[in-house]
Design a protein around this ligand. Sequence first.
Ligand SMILES: [Zn+2]
Length: 73
Amino acid sequence: MDICDKAKLLEQQQRNIALARALQRPPQVQQSINDEAVCEDCFAPIPAARLAVLPRANRCIDCQSIKERHEQG
Ligand SMILES: [Zn+2]
Protein backbone atom coordinates (compact mmCIF):
# COMPACT_ATOMS: atom_id res chain seq x y z
CA MET A 1 0.00 0.00 0.00
CA ASP A 2 1.58 3.28 -1.05
CA ILE A 3 0.93 6.76 0.29
CA CYS A 4 -1.80 7.45 -2.28
CA ASP A 5 -3.80 4.43 -1.16
CA LYS A 6 -3.45 5.51 2.45
CA ALA A 7 -4.61 9.01 1.64
CA LYS A 8 -7.59 7.68 -0.28
CA LEU A 9 -8.57 5.41 2.59
CA LEU A 10 -8.27 8.22 5.11
CA GLU A 11 -10.34 10.51 2.92
CA GLN A 12 -13.03 7.87 2.60
CA GLN A 13 -13.14 7.29 6.36
CA GLN A 14 -13.46 10.99 7.08
CA ARG A 15 -16.20 11.35 4.49
CA ASN A 16 -18.12 8.51 6.11
CA ILE A 17 -17.80 10.13 9.54
CA ALA A 18 -18.93 13.49 8.16
CA LEU A 19 -21.89 11.87 6.42
CA ALA A 20 -22.92 10.00 9.55
CA ARG A 21 -22.82 13.25 11.52
CA ALA A 22 -24.79 15.14 8.88
CA LEU A 23 -27.50 12.49 8.84
CA GLN A 24 -28.04 12.72 12.58
CA ARG A 25 -30.81 15.19 13.23
CA PRO A 26 -30.24 17.79 15.91
CA PRO A 27 -31.83 16.86 19.27
CA GLN A 28 -34.25 19.82 19.25
CA VAL A 29 -36.20 18.23 16.40
CA GLN A 30 -37.53 15.50 18.65
CA GLN A 31 -38.70 18.02 21.24
CA SER A 32 -40.69 20.10 18.81
CA ILE A 33 -43.59 21.84 20.58
CA ASN A 34 -46.04 21.44 17.71
CA ASP A 35 -46.17 17.78 16.77
CA GLU A 36 -45.40 18.03 13.08
CA ALA A 37 -44.66 21.70 12.65
CA VAL A 38 -41.01 21.66 11.77
CA CYS A 39 -39.33 23.56 8.97
CA GLU A 40 -38.99 21.30 5.95
CA ASP A 41 -35.65 22.86 5.09
CA CYS A 42 -33.77 23.06 8.39
CA PHE A 43 -36.06 20.95 10.66
CA ALA A 44 -36.27 23.71 13.24
CA PRO A 45 -39.60 23.88 15.06
CA ILE A 46 -41.94 26.47 13.55
CA PRO A 47 -43.09 28.91 16.27
CA ALA A 48 -46.77 28.78 17.26
CA ALA A 49 -47.06 32.51 16.56
CA ARG A 50 -46.07 31.90 12.96
CA LEU A 51 -48.54 29.05 12.64
CA ALA A 52 -51.29 31.26 14.04
CA VAL A 53 -50.75 33.69 11.15
CA LEU A 54 -49.94 31.06 8.53
CA PRO A 55 -51.47 27.73 9.59
CA ARG A 56 -49.97 25.97 6.60
CA ALA A 57 -46.45 27.31 7.09
CA ASN A 58 -44.02 24.51 6.38
CA ARG A 59 -40.85 26.54 6.74
CA CYS A 60 -39.39 28.67 9.48
CA ILE A 61 -39.20 32.41 8.91
CA ASP A 62 -35.54 32.25 7.91
CA CYS A 63 -35.97 29.53 5.31
CA GLN A 64 -39.18 31.05 3.99
CA SER A 65 -37.52 34.41 3.40
CA ILE A 66 -34.59 32.70 1.67
CA LYS A 67 -37.01 30.80 -0.55
CA GLU A 68 -39.00 33.92 -1.38
CA ARG A 69 -35.82 35.76 -2.25
CA HIS A 70 -34.92 32.96 -4.63
CA GLU A 71 -38.34 32.96 -6.25
CA GLN A 72 -38.26 36.68 -6.85
CA GLY A 73 -35.01 36.22 -8.68
ZN1 LIG B 1 -35.89 26.58 8.38
